[in-house]
Design a protein around this ligand. Sequence first.
Ligand code: SF4
Length: 233
Amino acid sequence: MTQPPISIESGFQQTLKRGGRVKIRIHKILEGSLVDGPGKRTVLFLQGCPIHCPGCQSQQTWNPEGGQEWEVVALADELTRRGAETGEYTISGGEPFFQPEALLGLLKALRERGANHIIVYTGYELEVLASQNHPARPYLEEILPLVDVLVDGPFRAELDNPFLSYRGSSNQRAIDVPTSMAIGSTVLLEDWGQNPEIVAENGRLVIPIGLYPVFAEVGEGHPTRRCGELMER
Ligand code: SF4
């Protein structure tokens, strides 16, 4: 079934600056997560999402006035302190590209502090972000070289697939950003694809939530977080 295009809301978050310093609104930070991408990751959930996917389970991140305001540089310091063990970060939402200038500043600061690997989630398809009328478009060329994996697209309840790793619906793509930029076309990470991923981490299993009931009977496990879920695991 053809889906209606995701509308680009007016009133996109203007970058907050006080005293010349860029501010960013966040929902929360998690550290040591095994369920927000491969590895042991420090996860930042940003605040504010204009997309409003039906079925989103994190509607508390939608309000652009909610959450907490941080200075971008101070937030990068805090994330680096919490994530020093692996240098692996996931930036999720809300909608990260709702605060595009702040997102760019944060990514630059994380890389300057030695970040090894960064995953960014977005409810916009990459082609939508790259369209001329998208408010994040002016920042995209600087943002993408700072990202390893971009998981794109809205949550589509009718394409909900509990056997996917680190995603909710089958339209959401895991884009290998460095390779895509090198060859000039979109390259997907097929190992985030249709087959369930079963990974042993710290002696536990990290598995898609659809497989979790099976493995929960034989030992501890971590179901991977699905798009729009904020539940602590
Ligand atoms: S699933 Fe993600 S993109 Fe969709 S409304 Fe929720 S936070 Fe926004």
